[in-house]
Design a protein around this ligand. Sequence first.
Ligand code: FAD
Length: 307
Amino acid sequence: MPIHTLYPAERGNLSLSFEYFPPKNDEMETQLFQTVEDLAAFNPAFVTMTYGAGGSTKARSLTAVRRMIHDGFPNTAAHLTCVGAAKDEVDAIVSEFIDGGVRHFVALRGDPQGGIGARYEPFPGGYENAAALVAAIRARGDFEISVSAYPEKHPESPDVVTDIDMLKRKVDNGATRALTQFFFDNNDFERYLERVRRAGITIPVVPGILPINNLAQVSKFAGLCGARVPEAIVTRLIHLDESPLERFKEATHIAAEQIVDLARRGIRDFHVYTMNRSPLVAAVCDLVGFQRETSAAVPSRAAGAAA
Ligand code: FAD
């Protein structure tokens, strides 16, 4: 048995959620829904659909979320940002999501319209940040509201204290769960979680796991997001560029080791960034020891299909 696999007793009540992004064309749409179908075997507690930077994929997000719910995934959470829209426009989008069956939002400020690294300016008449958006959604009803969290701090935050203050404001306004930016060093997450708890924040803080499909891309993106790819991970992957099979296996082990180590530190919930592709994510889940279920036995799908 591979050493990364959790023993049944250790698996306890571990739970998964998967993040997807809206497709840009028919081919990507086919791939998305195939991935959703493949990963449904792991019976995720919920799945989430991102919202394009600058609101650029508003229509695509809405369409994809509606289809997910219609296709039997009622636990689909809609991401939403404050970028590039006045409050009434954002409120109207919230209404459209609610009409489409959404009961779980991931409320975000979003990146500056000039791109990551540019100065963020709230849109005139818009929600100024994620905390304000959380309050607006909470005022609409008893929804689940997830928000972001940054174990290595957000690049715009002067320090971790400021960062955790922002998380606290979101929780005070009604957030029920935090999903973290991806990270690769579990000590960073554990230290962050201790500080979050010391600040009196008690909501679940769910680690974001990014299996590394492409080291160069992930390293570039991590740099922009203020996340670190540890040297030890770079060393394990960098010489495998020409060996796709070996690279896939090593990437599977890296992510599985991270999840197993977190589980042994007491973490129960895991949010996996899928990049809309199932093979690597499924391999990671299998290696960790998450159970696969047949579609008939998956409660969320069965409930959706009956609706
Ligand atoms: P906030 O929680 O409001 O702020 C994040 C941190 O930045 C805070 O901790 C705060 O300390 C600091 N900060 C904020 N504003 C300022 C300021 N004016 N001055 C100094 N510090 C400040 N982006 C998308 O476009 N679409 C998505 O669907 C999407 N989904 C995401 C999902 C997750 C789980 C995560 C972690 C990120 C996601 N993002 C998404 C990226 C996110 O929009 C960016 O990281 C954005 O820069 C911050 O949004 P936020 O909601 O985290 O902001």
